[in-house]
Design a binder for this molecule. Structure first.
Ligand code: THU
Length: 149
């Protein structure tokens, strides 16, 4: 695992400790690497009205955007797993962003003119699968389709 990946997976694991996931009991953490080396994190935020729940990746990107940094994201690490008795993510299977999150990541990629790296890790262990966003969401709908950019 290279240093950037290890940093992102570690930050995503820490973020997952703050998942608000009492309904699914599946904790997810996401960490964004910005172009100056800064890291911005997020965790899933569920709601009693289930459909209003927010994914970790979306929360992290909203946080970066609120800091004026949506165009500065170069890579994302995501981990997740079923909560154990202590409420912590568990398991060794990497998770990859859901379809909606892929579209949200694409907005950041388009704003930054970058094909963001997506590192999919697990709650524990060293398994990481790395993709480019363009592999996860080929032929994406984006600002160009609206005649913008
Ligand atoms: N979840 C994420 O946070 N990111 C994903 O990419 C997939 C799913 C969350 C949503 C929900 O809180 C829980 O995982 C179970 O679906």
């Amino acid at each position: 695992m290279n240093d950037d990946i290890a940093r992102l997976i570690d930050a995503a694991r820490h973020a997952a400790r703050h998942a608000h996931a009492p309904y699914s009991r599946f904790a997810v953490g996401a960490a964004l690497l910005l172009d100056d080396g800064a890291i911005v994190t997020g965790a899933n935020v569920e709601n009693a009205s289930y459909g209003l729940s927010l994914c970790a990746e979306t929360v992290a990107i909203a946080s970066a955007s609120a800091q004026g940094r949506i165009a500065d994201i170069v890579a994302i690490g995501v981990i997740g797993g079923a909560m154990d008795a202590a409420g912590l993510a568990s398991g060794t299977t990497p998770v990859s962003p859901c379809g909606r999150c892929r579209q949200v990541i694409n907005e950041a990629a388009q704003m930054g003119h970058r094909d963001i790296l997506v590192h999919c890790g697990a709650a524990t262990g060293d398994a990481v699968t790395t993709y480019r966003l363009s592999q996860l969401l080929p032929d994406a709908f984006g600002p160009a389709d609206l005649g913008i950019g």
